[in-house]
Each structure stands twice: as structure tokens, then as C-alpha cells.
Design a binder for this molecule. Structure first.
Ligand code: SAM
Length: 282
């Protein structure tokens, strides 16, 4: 019998430890092992790789990751879940490290090595913030090798949207500046306990080898100004962004264009131009 077959059904673990979902922690648990196995296959073969999981909860996705042979480090904020996770770690000796804490503040460099696959059914309240944290790590090439993350479908569409599409915006530019981002599949709300209000989707991101250098702050400033007035031409939306008109002209971008027509590379080129022409601090 494999270790996975020895496991008690997840529902029974949840009942035994009284893990009623807590809304404040964004708890919507996945119990369907086929679906969990499908998520664990998205990054490719994980056998003997290191995986970082945020928010394991009662451990459904953790089980799927362990059963494909990954070494898992999991950070969980809800202390109620720790005994169930400890129990799982006994069945998979040396394969599961559990950290009690907040993924927003945990010292990732301290607890993780390099070449890490991050796989998580994220709490929605911190999902985008964590994605931005991982996309904007100081040293590039990053310590993570891939991100396989659950988001609300609408957020997943924004992350992966292509130039010219209705969901294309700030998050698409930021994500695709530094990664290849793909929507893997959607997950119906009925798959979760309790069901959230909206459909979810799995996004898979891999880091670009050498994204153009620019400062995150400048890129955010330009995309915020441009997309906050989505229907306006750049000459209108960027008129208060110092140096932006000169940048458009220097790069050869028509100021009559609207933001959703600008590729990620064009936004990055504008940010780079602003960075290079900004007065240097003495
Ligand atoms: N992975 C489980 C699953 O797929 O069924 C649970 C997913 S549930 C959507 C999100 C989990 O993240 C919960 O267990 C919640 O307690 C945990 N969580 C919420 N905020 C967190 C944070 N800041 N750091 C670590 N875990 C957090």
C-alpha cells in the first residue's frame, strides 16, 4: 500500500480536528483528490524537487505534492491546522517541513533554497500581494523556478491577458515583464468547501531569463497612470507623468494610442527611458 493510500479521507481529518473554514483567513478547502493531483502536475515532474506551499490548510494539496515525490515546505497561518499537518509529516518522513507563520512576512531566503517550485491554493486576501512579492524579488534570476497558483478567475485573466484584450492591464504588464504567464485551467466554485462566490483558475508562471531592467516603481507609475484612464489616449493619461511625452517621442510610440495597445516591452521601454532621464540624486 502506498503512503497516499494509507491516508484517512480529508473530510474525516477536517472533522476530527474541527477545522471549520474561517472566512477571515480566506479558507476554501479543496477535497477532490483528482483535482488536487491535477494541480500538482501543472509544474511538470516534481519528483525530488523542492516545493514551497503557502496555506496548506488541512493538507489536501500537500498530500498531492508529497505523492508525486516532492519535498514540501509549507507555511500555514492557522495554528488549528498544524496537528493535521504534523500527522501528515509523520507519514512522509523527511519530506514535509511545516512552518507556522504568515507567508507575507516569512523569511523565504532563510527557509528555502534555490530552484523552488511554488504551488499554492492561495488565500484570496493575500494572493496578489504574494505574486507581486515573488515577481519583484531583488535578485534576478529568482530563487523560484515556477509558480503554480490559484486565483479568482478574473484575477487569473488579468495576470495572463495578452495586449489588446479586455483584461490587459497593470497586473498583466507587471507579471509578463518578468515571467511567462499562462492560465492552466479553471476550477468551478463547487469544488471548494465552502464554495467561494466566483470561479477560480490556476495560473502557471515561469521566470524570464533576462527581463529588461527597470525600476518597479517607475513601471508601476506609468501603468497606473495609463490604465487608470483606459479609454483615453496616452497624451491625455500620461500628461501629468513627468518626462512621459518625451519618452513616447524618443521611443517612437504615437501619443494617440490607448494603453491596451501597448505591449509589455513598450511599457518597459517607457519606464526605462524615464529612469534614465530622471535627475540623479547628488
Ligand atoms: N491548501 C488548502 C486547500 O487547497 O484546500 C487550503 C487553501 S485555503 C484557500 C488558504 C489557506 O491559506 C488557509 O489554510 C489559510 O489558513 C491559509 N492562510 C491564509 N493567510 C495566510 C498567510 N498570510 N500565510 C500563510 N497561510 C495563510
Amino acid at each position: 500500500m502506498s503512503q497516499t493510500e494509507k491516508l484517512e479521507p480529508l473530510r474525516a481529518v477536517i472533522a476530527r480536528y474541527g477545522l471549520a473554514a474561517d472566512k477571515r483567513l480566506g479558507q476554501n478547502f479543496l477535497l477532490d483528490s483528482q483535482l488536487l493531483n491535477r494541480i500538482a502536475r501543472v509544474p511538470g515532474d516534481l519528483e525530488n524537487t523542492s516545493v514551497y506551499e503557502v496555506g496548506p490548510g488541512p493538507g489536501g494539496l500537500t498530500r498531492a505534492l508529497l505523492s508525486v515525490g516532492a519535498h514540501v515546505t509549507a507555511v500555514e497561518r492557522d495554528r488549528r491546522c498544524l496537528p493535521a499537518l504534523e500527522e501528515l509529516s509523520l507519514l512522509f518522513p523527511e519530506k514535509l517541513q511545516i512552518i507556522s507563520g504568515d507567508a507575507m512576512t516569512v523569511d523565504e531566503a532563510q527557509i528555502l533554497g534555490k530552484d523552488i517550485h511554488i504551488v499554492a491554493n492561495l488565500p484570496y486576501n493575500v494572493g496578489t500581494a504574494l505574486l507581486i512579492r515573488w515577481l519583484t524579488v531583488k535578485t534576478w534570476y529568482p530563487w523560484w523556478r515556477s509558480l503554480t497558483l490559484m486565483f479568482q478567475k478574473e484575477v487569473a485573466e488579468r495576470i495572463t491577458a495578452k495586449v489588446g484584450s479586455e483584461h490587459y492591464g497593470r497586473l498583466s504588464v507587471l507579471a509578463q515583464w518578468r515571467s511567462q504567464a499562462k492560465l492552466s485551467f479553471t476550477v468551478h466554485r463547487s469544488a471548494f468547501v465552502p464554495p467561494p462566490k466566483v470561479t477560480s483558475a490556476i495560473v502557471h508562471l515561469t521566470p524570464k531569463a533576462q527581463p529588461e531592467q527597470t525600476s518597479l516603481a517607475t513601471l508601476e507609475k506609468v501603468t497606473a497612470a495609463a490604465f487608470n484612464q483606459r479609454r483615453k489616449m496616452l497624451r491625455q493619461s500620461l500628461k501629468n507623468t513627468e518626462g512621459a511625452m518625451e519618452a513616447l517621442e524618443a521611443i517612437g510610440i504615437e501619443s494617440s494610442r490607448r494603453p491596451e495597445t501597448l505591449s509589455v516591452e513598450e511599457f518597459v521601454a517607457i519606464a526605462r527611458h524615464l529612469d534614465s532621464s530622471a535627475p540623479k540624486a547628488a
